[in-house]
Design a protein around this ligand. Sequence first.
Ligand SMILES: [Zn+2]
Ligand SMILES: [Zn+2]
Length: 248
Amino acid sequence: MSIETTAPAPVPTPQAGRPATTAATTATDAAARSTASALFRTPCYSWCIEPGDDDEPTAHESARVDLAPPPGMEGITGPLMHAVLYGNDNCTNPTPNVHLTVGTEDDPYTILTPQQADEYADRLDAFAAQVRHLARQAHEPRPEFCPEFPWCKETGEHNVHTSRELALPDPDGTGNYLGASLMAEETEGNQVSLGFEAGGGWTGLDSAGLRAEAKRIRDHCGELEKLAEFLSCEEANNRLHDTEAATR
Ligand SMILES: [Zn+2]
Ligand SMILES: [Zn+2]
């Protein structure tokens, strides 16, 4: 776990909404704890470092744990997040809760039940593992490029060179169409050829064939646009019929 803890702050700064357990570190605090009533508040929790004073005699607060910012975060000097365990004997449910603040002392905090705090700690664990995984991936060697063709996506020993596929994603995003890819085989003298995907099958095309095919596709796109124009008229008719049906 990468959460850093700091030594107990001698004077936790009181936060809005949470009763301050100490007003200031003065001799009067020590004096307050020496009152007779304080004798009846022992023993306290093992984690409590702020036994209540006469103003708030039933409050308990733990030492603060901080999540320190990473190195190089300009303008951020304090912890990113900090937490304390807080309990008050006067509450309906006296079970202490974790008060978690994101940001500085002045930022709002959230109150987590012990179970919620436990679950959130699992998420922090998972985040730490992901950051660690990224750091380890940084050391992975990059696969070496194919020595024969700059477009070849194969790595390591290979006799067949193939490129990535240049393709158009289909309208529902589940696949591709109009795919084209480059290929060359050592056994055939590394002659570069192109495979073109047409209607589910692959056809070999040379540059002239690919240009001719591109022109056919452009012409087809013009026809598709005309069809869209026709369809928009039909859609307008549909809307008209719907309106008429609704007002009838
Ligand atoms: Zn206490
Ligand atoms: Zn290759």
